[in-house]
Design a protein around this ligand. Structure first.
Ligand code: FES
Ligand SMILES: [Fe+2]
Length: 480
């Protein structure tokens, strides 16, 4: 076991004793899954909804996970959240869909009617105060004490355009847990992004298997050959050459001396087009068009000078041209230096943002059992003020192999179910991680162990801060 029980910590089934090896049972064992339900999910900040989904006072939306249902409500005093259970006999007061083969999200506006329990009609306002008990005289007085029949509040904090909930009243704050990555995203105006679309799918795989498909760039060569071919030599070198261990956009920008700017710029542009089409967003078509205008820009011939200059020009043009249309684009050059964000940012325990220029993709993963999960993708971009589209209120749920999914996630989804099956093969005992590029997979798994063992949450929050910018990065000493 990872931690001895004599330090006051719980024993963990199948612990991460070796940071480079993940015991395979963590992805299907019932006892391990139950440990996550008991000791991880009740204590972590979960992305519950996008704030654009509850723009008006009284707007509410349901978030469900691991058997809990919470109503996130926009009130006059900000965003609040209530456990979705009547104080009389427990019926969900709104929505009330349970976690089943896929999540369905109920939503509405309660400013006129409040919440009304469908069973005996008790009522509450948006602030969770009980406003009506039918036949009050039928109850003992002590059964109807005010505090006792108001809705039970759930912790909620807002950041980067989302509401995050936590079932634990004593957990460190959202900012303490996720740390500076939130500030860096705020500097990128992430809170002003709006969803263009949202897809969801049920994957026959453990929720961690689904997430880990997006924690490294090492799989790009084989899984996304179209992206790999379009990458510059410098990017490919970052995996082939023992002196270069980091990939990411930053590395792909640092072209080797002697290569031609024209060739590198063309490779970058092809890569952008493939990403734009392959993700149906992430790099938005409007940004690709701006890049296209700059293909023949006058730049130094040597790519080690010319390519960084081209990126500078592109970020400047995206900023200027989209701002001229009224989009709240940050100064991309400035924020790329003051508040750099990685190509994939993982926000423990189950949320991702994948930023490129002014647009991004986003993922959220929820478990539906030891070997089943629900995976959602949003495509996010900025709009001129006043021209924002109506909010997307729920995902379009498709089979994971649906041709309607954009091609890149479809390629990832093709691996996930077969990987889950492979885990059960005789003789397969553990995942074998690269210490240089699959570090994030090890790092967040060891933080999970911290929760399962009962390590103090302040300590876990500090370790979780280390996950910011860790995509494709090394295994770290997390001190937990
Ligand atoms: S269970 Fe809600 S009013 Fe009775
Ligand atoms: Fe991928």
């Amino acid at each position: 076991m990872l931690k001895s029980t004599d330090k006051g910590l719980r024993a963990i089934p199948f612990p991460m004793d070796d940071p480079e090896r993940i015991p395979v049972e963590r992805y299907y064992d019932d006892e391990f899954y139950q440990a996550e339900l008991d000791h991880l999910w009740p204590h972590v900040w979960q992305m519950a909804c996008r704030l654009e989904q509850i723009p008006e006072v009284g707007d509410w939306i349901e978030y469900t996970n691991v058997g809990q249902s919470v109503l996130v409500v926009r009130t006059k005093d900000g965003v609040k959240a209530w456990y979705n259970a009547c104080r009389h006999r427990g019926v969900p007061i709104a929505g009330g869909t349970t976690v089943c083969s896929s999540h369905s999200t109920a939503y509405g506006n309660c400013s006129k009617t409040g919440f009304i329990c469908p069973f005996h009609g008790w009522r509450w306002n948006m602030d969770g105060e009980n406003t009506m008990v039918y036949g009050k005289h039928l109850f003992s007085e002590r059964q109807l004490e005010e505090d006792d029949i108001n809705l039970v509040p759930c912790r909620v904090e807002t950041a980067i355009g989302c509401a995050f909930i936590n079932f634990d009243d004593d957990a460190p704050s959202l900012r303490e847990c996720l740390g500076p990555v939130l500030d860096r995203f705020e500097a990128h105006n992430t809170g002003m992004l709006r969803a263009e679309w949202q897809f969801g799918t049920v994957l026959p795989a453990n929720w961690k298997i689904a997430m880990e498909a997006f924690m490294e760039g090492y799989h790009v060569m084989q899984t996304h050959p179209q992206l790999y071919k379009a990458h510059s030599e410098a990017h490919i070198d970052s995996y082939d050459n023992p002196d270069e261990t980091q990939s990411s956009v930053a590395a792909s920008r640092s072209a080797a001396k002697g290569t031609s700017t024209k060739v590198e710029v063309a490779a970058q542009f092809e890569h952008f087009e493939l990403l734009c089409e392959g993700m149906a967003g992430m790099i938005h078509q409007k940004e690709v068009e701006i890049a296209r205008e700059l293909l023949d820009a006058d730049l130094p011939e040597d790519a080690s000078e010319g390519l960084p200059q081209w990126f500078g020009l592109l970020m400047q043009q995206i900023t200027e041209q989209l701002r001229a249309k009224g989009e709240p684009v940050p100064d991309l050059i400035k924020v790329s230096q003051s508040d750099p964000v990685n190509a994939v940012e993982f926000l423990f325990p189950h949320f991702f943002l994948l930023p490129v220029f002014s647009s991004m993709s986003s993922y959220r993963i929820r478990p539906l059992g030891p070997e089943k999960c629900f995976f959602e993708i949003w495509s996010l971009t900025l709009f001129p003020e006043g021209e924002e589209p109506d909010p997307v209120m729920e995902p379009t749920v498709l089979p994971y192999d649906s041709p309607e999914f954009p091609p890149i996630p479809r390629q990832d989804y093709s691996n996930i179910p077969i990987q889950q099956r492979g885990l059960h093969a005789k003789g397969f005992d553990f995942m074998r991680l690269s210490k240089a590029t699959e570090g994030l997979v090890s790092n967040y798994q060891r933080i999970i162990d911290g929760y399962l063992a009962g390590v103090p949450q302040e300590k876990l929050a500090l370790a979780t801060n280390e996950l910011g910018g860790n995509f494709d990065g090394p295994i770290k000493d997390l001190d937990i």
